[in-house]
Design a protein around this ligand. Structure first.
Ligand code: 3PG
Length: 359
């Protein structure tokens, strides 16, 4: 995989830079957790210091328009950022100083379809494409995939670091390796569990995925959030596999299961204490609501206090652990949630494949 450091001369080069600004934002429009933004700074600094003209493209699941947070991004990164509403505008080719940021790329329907025309439109006028959004590399979308057909493409410093660090987890033997998977996005995570289960000693499950498993086993989950296509999602996975560790109790609320209960925290903590390596993605409850924080906090404390090699990933998980003041207790914090899990499971990530990582 070629990296940014392989580009011979960046002076005055026009760079299309895929960054990751998919950070949680509260109702007032304030960024709740800026970890992913800060992780972009090293690559941006390098490009700017070498005289490149940088046009950034990114997505957000939390807000529709980046206009809402562009000033906060400026403060976090230490640059003036010119906000570009319209991808059609030629202004992206006229950036002479500072940085530019295009509107949330997901406003375009073609992004998720990996539409070649959108890739061509996005790439027109640039000299190079650099992907620094590790957390989006498991998606076969235009801004990490199709665009590479039109420009010489390189990995940013963050992608290089993430792949190197996570390779250490892949190389470690399954014995003593515990994976904790919670949160939502079950359709991304369940296929990964099918692969990861053989690469770890146990997979601890919480969040929507636990609800899904219970429902599939015919248990009453009340009005808890569950996915629709459970049969298809779980096909090929033995839900009674003893390596899948389920919660034993929940903090029930209005016939829902917004958090795991104290018995589950205790059971999970005992397993965590025995582990030599822990990988965690996804909160085990709706931690943003104080009433349902205890489960995720209990797990965070157990992991932080264990003697294992600790890896954490994903926007919401980082936000939760930062809120508890425990982020610095982890050995590696990956910006990727689904992407980290898929990489660890040995899946070929389309965004990395497009950069020549697997050749
Ligand atoms: C994430 O939060 O995991 C990344 O930003 C990817 O978002 P996506 O799952 O919507 O592609």
């Amino acid at each position: 995989m070629k990296t940014i450091l392989d580009i011979p001369d960046l002076k005055d080069k026009k760079i299309l830079l895929r960054v990751d600004f998919d950070v949680p934002v509260d109702k007032q429009g304030i960024i709740i957790d800026s970890f992913r933004v800060k992780q972009q700074k090293e690559t941006i600094d390098l490009l700017v210091s070498r005289g490149a003209k940088v046009f950034m493209v990114a997505h957000s699941n939390y807000i529709i328009s980046f206009e809402l947070i562009v000033e906060q991004l400026q403060d976090l990164l230490g640059y003036t950022i010119k906000f570009i509403h319209d991808i059609q505008t030629v202004s992206k080719r006229q950036i002479n100083e500072g940085l530019a940021l295009l509107e949330n790329i997901r406003v375009h329907e073609g992004e998720k379809k990996n539409d070649t025309n959108l890739g061509q439109l996005l790439s027109a006028g640039f000299d190079y494409y650099i992907n620094n959004a590790f957390a989006e590399c498991h998606r076969n979308y235009v801004s990490v995939s199709a665009v590479t057909k039109f420009l010489p493409s390189y990995a940013g410093l963050l992608i290089e670091k993430e792949t190197q660090q996570l390779q250490k987890v892949i190389d470690a033997p399954p014995e003593g390796k515990i994976i904790i998977i919670g949160g939502a996005k079950a359709s991304t995570k369940i296929p990964v569990i099918k692969n990861l289960i053989n690469k770890a000693e146990a997979v601890i499950v919480g969040g929507v995925i636990a609800n899904d498993i219970l429902k599939s086993k015919g248990e009453d989950v009340g009005n808890a959030i569950v996915d629709n296509n459970l049969e298809e999602l779980f096909s090929g996975l033995d839900l009674n596999d003893p390596r899948i560790i389920m919660p034993d109790d929940f903090n029930l609320f209005e016939n829902r299961m917004p958090d795991i209960g104290p018995l589950s925290v205790k059971k999970f903590s005992e397993i965590i204490n025995q582990a030599s390596m822990i990988v965690w993605n996804g909160p085990v409850g709706i931690f943003e609501d104080e009433r349902f924080t205890a489960g995720t906090k209990g797990i965070a404390e157990a992991v932080a206090g264990s003697r294992s090699f600790k890896v954490l990933g994903g926007g919401d998980t980082i936000s939760a652990v930062e809120k508890f003041g425990l982020l610095d207790r982890f050995d590696f914090v990956s910006t990727g949630g689904g992407a980290m899990l898929a990489f660890l499971a040995g899946d070929k990530l389309p965004g990395l494949e497009a950069l020549g990582y697997y050749k």
